[in-house]
Design a binder for this molecule. Structure first.
Ligand code: TGC
Ligand code: FAD
Length: 392
């Protein structure tokens, strides 16, 4: 892959709205991606390997638990800082951002919000440092968009719970030390359980042959009569609202992350269009290429404004789940369309690993599906504005 020459677009001077702390955090994450992610990510994706060597760096830039209080090892930052970190990481690769999203919003968040004080003290500092990596098991082979139908379940055996079932499409599963697993009790109520690697009957086979998110490890979580200690049940929230609350936080991060992928595609295409000569002039001089680039920067700017306002609302505790859905859906759709257009600007070079665009484009096919598909988020908006539930 060529040297990383990325320069971030800021067409509406959005930096003026950020605090000095926001800019410092964003710039540190940006510099880390340039130094430690860009040089290795193409090879990792080609080899379909998660580059574990970047785990300490992710922890250092505050990507593991950005908004988790410092007393538990988190960075204690606000939601806009969290968003900016996700934006910068996904500028490098959506798979790396996935790892950070899962660790922060899908593993640390439920332990912090729904866990006991003992669970917080036991797990959060190790997850924040990256000593332990986590995964989040909600999706099942027969229950993706409708997790309420899940069949993974546990029985109360007196001194422990007995867990059975299987989860599919689980980011980080092949190497996770702990998994936050959503399962039904004997009354059919959903609860979260912390399952640790090494518990008998727990296995995590990897899913191979992905064309997307190749630098992120995806797999299954299989539970065959796993004895889970009673103290591993998350005590403070149950029902489908518990995992969906975690998704709100992760979807918020994706709404920002997708902007990073789009910025990288736009910046690469703009530079290429200025340098590539055809018919005796730079292709940037042709109206058709200008249309593509002008529409890209317009859409990126709109997405930045949406994410920034959502960050303000989230900081004030006023962001609704439906507002988060709208931003996730819009910004990922924006990014995938920009990746497709940017790839065309590079002509044949666009399909190679010399440039990041094709990798972003393939990654975004997962991002538009996970954490609620494009369709599901549209139906969430539809329900919110009409009051009519079109899911079932
Ligand atoms: P529904 O009846 O609407 O709701 C059940 C209960 O949940 C509450 N609720 C929420 N709570 C918090 N946040 C939200 N976003 C919430 N949405 C709903 C709701 O109030 C209710 O509470 P209560 O107290 O009345 O029981 O549930 P439903 O079965 O009709 O489903 C609604 C639907 C379809 C929107 C939901 O199931 C959904 O979002 N489906 C999509 C599934 C999904 O997003 N899965 C993601 C899996 S994790 C993942 O993809 C990680 S990728 C990670 C990475 O690598 O980055
Ligand atoms: P389905 O739910 O079967 O949907 C198939 C199609 O039907 C979609 O187009 C969908 O929009 C449409 N559809 C479904 N229901 C409706 C409806 N009511 N109305 C209209 N259209 C509908 N899950 C986890 O729990 N943890 C993870 O860490 C995780 N990581 C992932 C990593 C990757 C790389 C991928 C690809 C997925 C991951 N997922 C994870 C799973 C992801 O959340 C699901 O793939 C997603 O929720 C969709 O579920 P599904 O694939 O079963 O599709």
């Amino acid at each position: 892959m060529r040297p990383d020459l990325f320069e971030a677009p800021d067409y509406y001077n959005l930096d003026d709205l950020l605090t000095e702390e926001h800019k410092l955090i964003r710039d540190a994450a940006r510099a880390w991606v340039k130094r430690d992610v860009s040089p290795i990510i193409e090879e990792a994706a080609q080899n379909a390997e998660f580059p574990k060597s970047i785990i300490p760096g992710l922890s250092e830039i505050g990507a593991f638990g950005p908004y988790i209080p410092e007393e538990y090892g988190g960075a204690g930052l606000d939601q806009i800082s969290y968003g900016l970190i996700m934006q910068e990481i996904e500028r490098g690769d959506s798979g790396v951002r996935s790892t950070a999203s899962v660790q922060s919003s899908l593993v640390m968040y439920p332990i912090w919000k729904y866990g006991s004080e003992e669970q917080r003290k036991k797990y959060l500092p190790k997850l924040a440092s990256g000593e332990w990596m986590g995964s989040f098991g909600l999706t099942e082979p027969d229950h993706g968009s409708n997790p309420s139908g899940m069949i993974t379940h546990y029985k109360d055996m007196g001194d422990h719970y007995l867990l059975n079932g299987a989860k599919l499409w689980i980011s980080n599963s092949p190497f996770c030390n702990v998994a936050v697993v959503w399962a039904k009790n004997e009354e059919g109520r959903i609860h979260g359980l912390i399952v640790e690697r090494g518990m008998e009957g727990f296995s995590t086979p990897e899913t191979h042959n992905k064309w997307s998110l190749r630098a992120s490890a995806t797999g299954e979580l299989i539970f065959q009569d796993v004895k889970v200690p009673k103290e591993n049940l998350l005590p403070n929230k149950s029902g489908l609202g518990a995992p969906l609350g975690c998704l709100d936080s992760a979807r918020f991060g994706i709404a920002w992350g997708a902007i990073g992928a789009a910025m990288d595609c736009y910046d690469t295409a703009l530079r290429y269009a200025k340098e590539r000569i055809q018919f005796g002039k730079p292709i940037a001089a042709f109206q058709l290429q200008q249309k593509k680039l002008a529409e890209m920067i317009t859409e990126i700017t709109k997405a930045q404004l949406l994410a920034f306002r959502l960050g303000q609302l989230k900081n004030e505790g006023r962001a609704t789940s439906a507002q988060i859905s709208m931003a996730k859906r819009n910004n990922v759709d924006m990014a995938i369309k920009i990746a497709r257009e940017a790839r065309q600007i590079l002509g044949g070079m666009g399909i190679t690993g010399e440039y990041s665009i094709m990798r972003h484009m393939m990654n975004l096919e997962s991002v538009i599906t996970y954490e609620g598909t494009h369709d599901i988020h549209l139906l969430i908006t539809g329900l919110d504005i009409t009051g009519e539930n079109a899911f079932k």
